[in-house]
Structures are given as structure tokens and as C-alpha cells.
Design a protein around this ligand. Structure first.
Ligand code: OAD
Length: 243
């Protein structure tokens, strides 16, 4: 990463009024949460793409729940890293800042972000397939087929799976934040999954200055204004320290 690029990204940020941030698994990687597509993404030889689907859950809910229990157990031991902390600080400095995250680990909230748009849900919530009830549980010893305390129906993790629609109200807020942004920061996402891929492009078309932070080039790298390559936990505190 050149200090020239970092400098430009910093100066534009200092002048920005409306900042929209989109984060992905890379922002939590340094906390110890495995990313989906990188090393460590496999669990017992299953790819996340084969487990995080409604079909996989219909076929074998116990298998999918064992994977989620494994992920919940890992995440329970993870703490926010300097990237999460820096982004919570950004929110305090820029009142018109929207943080959109694809992460379901809750680490942005733990770091102090007030109201992240968790567009892929929250791994600590369960949802009943029978009555639709949603509840929070940090229990790491859930049974393989957790039951709804209200109707006894089978519960699933309240996260978005492949092939499922995102909550439309959340999605509308995310598009709106991208359209209105004058600065968009995209950090730690492979930008392969919608709407992540589209949000940054919408911001760019609407005139925003777009900065990406990633270990390596992404499909967005060809057209963003600045790419900062390196670890989010290193770059984000440096990008945001001047505020
Ligand atoms: P991915 O696992 O696809 O991508 C993680 C990205 O973070 C990659 O581009 C890495 O290069 C980058 N990365 C890894 N470590 C990093 C670090 N320390 N600093 C900066 N960048 C780093 O994760 P997402 O893009 O979040 O959806 O995946 C998007 C969605 O696809 C997920 O929310 C999930 C997944 O399937 C659902 O479950 C619906």
C-alpha cells in the first residue's frame, strides 16, 4: 500500500459528509472468525456454500446446526479487533455514517457501533420455522434440533442463506445509504455476493469516492478510486486516525 494512496483516502474522508461503510468476513478475520472463501473456510470437508442453504437444512438440520454450533463456539471466543474499533470511532466522528455488514458475528456491536445494518442476520438469533418467533440465545450447548419455546417447532439460525432474499427494509436502507454517500469504504469482502458487489458500484455511479481495503485485489479493484491492500486491522486504524 502506498502512503500516497493512504493519504488521498484520508483527506477525502476528512472532507466527507455522508460516509457509508460495507464490511465482510475479512474485517473479522483478525479476530479469529474464519472467512467463507479463504483458508479455514471448510468445516469437516463441507464448503459453507453446501451448508448455508435452505435445502441443506431441510435435508439434514442436525448437520447444519452442528456447523453453526461450531461457528458459534468459535465466535464466542472472539473479540473485536482494531478494525472494528476504528469503525466504531468513525461512527462517532461522522454522524451521518451508515455501517452495513455482511458479518453475523456481532463484533461491530461489541466494538461500540450503534446500529450496524446486519444484512445477513445475526448468528446469536434463532428463528422458529413454525411460528416465526425470533429470539436471542448465546447458549453454546443447544441441542442438534433446537425447539421453539413457544410452539415447539424446529428453529434455525436467523441468518440469510444462499438463495434466500434479504430483508427488504434493510436492503432499502443499504441502497439508500450507498446512493447518498459521498464516501464509500468497502472493507474485507470478496464482493462476489450481491448486494455487496452492487452497493459500491451504486455509490460510485452516484458520485461517491470509493475506497476498498482488502488483502488482495477484488472484482471492484478495477474501478474503485483507491485500493488499500493489507490487513483491515492495520489499515483501518491508520485511515481513520486523523479524524
Ligand atoms: P469472503 O470470505 O468471501 O471474503 C473475505 C474477503 O476478506 C476476501 O476478499 C479476503 O481477501 C479478505 N480478507 C481476509 N482477511 C482479511 C484481512 N485481515 N484484512 C482485509 N481483508 C481480508 O467473505 P465475504 O465477502 O464477507 O453470506 O462473503 C460475503 C458473504 O458470502 C458472507 O456474508 C456469506 C458468504 O457466503 C451468507 O452467508 C449469505
Amino acid at each position: 500500500m502506498s502512503s500516497h494512496d493512504l493519504d488521498i483516502a484520508r483527506r477525502r474522508l476528512a472532507a466527507a459528509q455522508r460516509v457509508t461503510v460495507l464490511t465482510g468476513a475479512g474485517v473479522s478475520a483478525e479476530s479469529g472468525v474464519p472467512t467463507f472463501r479463504g483458508a479455514g473456510g471448510l468445516w469437516e470437508n463441507h464448503r459453507p456454500e453446501d451448508l448455508a442453504t435452505p435445502q441443506a437444512f431441510a435435508r439434514d438440520p442436525a448437520l447444519v446446526w452442528r456447523w453453526y454450533q461450531w461457528r458459534r463456539g468459535l465466535i464466542a471466543q472472539c473479540r473485536p479487533n482494531p478494525a472494528h474499533v476504528a469503525l466504531a470511532g468513525l461512527e462517532r466522528n461522522k454522524p451521518r455514517c451508515t455501517l452495513i455488514t455482511q458479518n453475523v458475528d456481532g463484533l461491530h456491536r461489541q466494538a461500540g457501533s450503534r446500529d450496524p445494518l446486519e444484512i445477513h442476520g445475526d448468528i446469536w438469533r434463532l428463528r422458529c420455522l413454525g411460528c416465526g418467533r425470533v429470539w436471542l440465545s448465546r447458549d453454546l450447548g443447544l441441542p442438534e434440533r433446537p425447539a421453539c419455546p413457544q410452539c415447539g417447532g424446529l428453529a434455525r439460525p436467523d441468518v440469510v442463506w444462499f438463495g434466500e432474499a434479504l430483508d427488504s427494509a434493510f436492503l432499502e436502507k443499504a441502497w439508500q445509504a450507498a446512493r447518498l454517500a459521498d464516501y464509500m469504504l468497502v472493507a474485507g469482502t470478496s464482493a462476489l455476493v450481491q448486494p455487496a458487489a452492487g452497493l459500491a458500484a451504486v455509490a460510485k455511479e452516484a458520485g461517491a469516492f470509493v475506497v476498498e481495503v482488502n488483502l488482495e485485489p477484488t472484482p471492484n479493484s478495477a474501478w474503485v478510486d483507491v485500493s488499500l491492500f493489507g490487513k483491515a486491522g492495520d489499515i483501518l486504524p491508520r485511515l481513520l486516525e486523523a479524524l
